[in-house]
Design a protein around this ligand. Structure first.
Ligand SMILES: Cc1cc2nc3c(=O)[nH]c(=O)nc-3n(C[C@H](O)[C@H](O)[C@H](O)COP(=O)(O)OP(=O)(O)OC[C@H]3O[C@@H](n4cnc5c(N)ncnc54)[C@H](O)[C@@H]3O)c2cc1C
Length: 383
C-alpha cells in the first residue's frame, strides 16, 4: 500500500494552497459577516481550473482523479468554508450529475458554463417536510405532451438565490417503487412558475446563499429531463455519494484551520508567565486535533481512491463523512476553548469556524443517517 501522493499532487497542493491563502482566505471573514457570496472568488477559482477538475477536457475540464480533487476541496474549505460549500459542493454537484447523466446538448448548454464560472448550479432534493426521508417527497412533475408541469417546494437549496439552473428531483410516478418513481429535471431560473425565495439566515457558512424554491405550474420542456424518466433516484444516489465526499472535505478543511489557529494562538498567548502551549491541557487538545485531521484525511483519501477505481464506496464515504464531521465540531469547540474569551469574539477566526463546523454533521445526510448506513452495511437491511 502506497500512502505517498505523487510528485504532481504534492506540487498541486503547494500551489493551490498558496492560491487559496492569497486570493480566497483574506475575504473569508467578510464573506461571512456580510452573508454575501463572493462572485470574485468564483471568477478566480474558474481561472485556476478548480471548477473543471472533475470533468472531461472536452467540456473545458482537466479530468483529475477524485483524490486530486480532494486535495483542492480540502484546501478551499480550509480557506473559506462558505466558498467551498457554494462552488465545491453546490455547483460541482450539479456538474457531476450533468456529466454522469446529461445528454451532449445538456452538457454543452450547462456544464461548459459551470466550468467557466459563468453559470452557477444547485441541487434540490430536500423538502420542507422531509430531508433524511427521501421516500416522503411530494413535489410532482406530470407529463403533458412534450413538457412536465412541476408543482411543489424545495427547502434548503444551496445557491438557490444565485443559481442559473437547479437540478431538482420530483415524483413522476408516485405509485411506482422508490427507485423508479422520481425523475431529475434541469430547471432554469427564468422558467415561468419557478421562484427562488430570499436568502435564509444561517448559523454558519453564511457566505453560501441558501433558499427555498417553489414550483407553481412550472413548465419544464422534456429535453430538460436529466437521465430517463424514473431515473431520479439514481441521480439522487449519485449526488449523495459525491455530496458526502464534499462534506467530508468541508469538515476536514474546517478541522485543519482550527488546528492551525490553535497552534498559533497557543504559542503566542501568555498565562502564568509562559505560553499556554506549555500547559498539558492545551497541548494535548492540539495533539488530538492533529490526530483527527490525519485520520480524517486518510479516510477521505481512501473513499476517493475507491471511487477512482470505479468501485462501490458508499459505506466508505459514510465513514469518512461521519468521522470527519464529528471530529471537526470537536476541533472547533476546542479551538474556541484554547482561545479563551477571545475565541468568543467575531474578530477571531475560530468563532466563525465554530459556527461553520456544525453543518458538516447535517448536510447531505446527518450523522444519524450515516450511522444507519454503516450499520446496515454490516448487519443487513432488516436489522
Ligand atoms: C446549510 C444547508 C445547506 C443545504 N443544502 C442542501 C441542498 O443544496 N440541497 C438539498 O437537497 N438539501 C440541502 N440541505 C438539506 C440537508 O440535506 C438536510 O437538512 C438534511 O439531510 C437533514 O434533513 P432535515 O433537515 O429534513 O432533517 P430531518 O430528516 O427532519 O431530521 C431531523 C433529525 O431527526 C433525525 N432522524 C431522521 N430520521 C431518522 C432515523 N430514521 N433514525 C434516526 N434519526 C433520524 C436526523 O438525523 C436529525 O437529527 C441543506 C441543509 C443546510 C442546513
Amino acid at each position: 500500500m502506497d500512502y505517498e501522493l505523487t510528485g504532481e499532487q504534492k506540487e498541486f497542493r503547494k500551489n493551490f494552497r498558496a492560491f487559496c491563502e492569497k486570493e480566497i482566505a483574506p475575504r473569508a471573514g467578510q464573506v461571512d459577516s456580510q452573508s454575501a457570496f463572493s462572485f470574485e472568488n468564483l471568477r478566480r477559482l474558474a481561472a485556476t481550473g478548480f471548477l473543471g477538475m472533475p470533468f472531461p477536457e472536452k467540456y473545458g475540464g482537466s479530468q483529475k482523479p477524485l483524490l486530486t480533487c480532494m486535495i483542492a476541496w480540502e484546501e478551499l474549505a480550509r480557506a473559506c468554508p462558505s466558498t467551498f460549500l457554494s462552488c465545491g459542493i453546490g455547483s460541482s454537484l450539479a456538474g457531476i450529475l450533468l456529466n454522469f447523466f446529461g445528454t451532449e446538448d445538456q452538457k454543452e448548454k450547462y456544464l461548459i458554463g459551470l466550468i467557466k464560472g459563468e453559470k452557477v448550479g444547485a441541487f434540490a432534493l430536500s423538502e420542507p417536510h422531509c430531508g433524511s426521508d427521501m421516500a416522503a417527497l411530494k413535489t410532482e412533475g406530470r407529463k403533458k405532451r412534450r413538457a412536465y408541469r412541476l408543482n411543489g417546494a424545495k427547502s434548503f437549496v444551496t445557491n438557490g438565490p444565485i443559481a442559473d439552473f437547479v437540478i431538482l428531483i420530483a415524483l413522476t410516478d408516485p405509485g411506482a417503487p422508490l427507485d423508479q418513481k422520481m425523475s431529475a429535471f434541469i430547471i432554469e431560473k427564468d422558467m415561468p412558475g419557478f421562484t427562488a425565495g430570499p436568502p435564509l439566515e444561517k448559523l454558519g457558512a453564511r457566505g453560501s446563499p441558501l433558499s427555498q424554491i417553489t414550483l407553481k405550474d412550472c413548465l419544464v420542456p422534456e429535453e430538460n429531463l436529466l437521465a430517463k424518466e424514473g431515473g431520479g433516484y439514481l441521480c439522487a444516489a449519485r449526488a449523495k455519494e459525491f455530496g458526502r465526499l464534499g462534506f467530508a472535505a468541508y469538515s476536514l478543511g474546517v478541522a485543519h484551520a482550527c488546528l492551525e489557529e490553535s497552534i498559533k494562538y497557543a504559542q503566542s498567548r501568555m498565562a502564568f508567565g509562559r505560553p499556554i502551549a506549555h500547559f498539558q491541557e492545551v497541548s494535548f487538545k492540539i495533539a488530538d486535533m492533529q490526530m483527527f485531521v490525519d485520520t480524517g484525511r486518510l479516510l477521505l483519501y481512501r473513499a476517493a481512491w475507491i471511487m477512482d477505481q470505479g468501485l462501490e464506496a458508499s459505506t466508505d464515504n459514510s465513514i469518512a463523512k461521519l468521522f470527519i464531521s464529528e471530529a471537526a465540531t470537536w476541533c472547533a469547540a476546542n479551538a474556541v476553548q484554547i482561545h479563551g474569551g477571545y475565541g468568543f469574539l467575531k474578530e477571531y477566526k475560530v468563532e466563525r469556524l465554530y459556527r461553520d463546523a456544525k453543518l458538516g454533521e447535517i448536510g447531505e445526510g446527518t450523522s444519524e443517517m450515516q450511522r444507519m448506513a454503516i450499520a446496515r452495511s454490516l448487519l443487513g437491511e432488516g436489522f
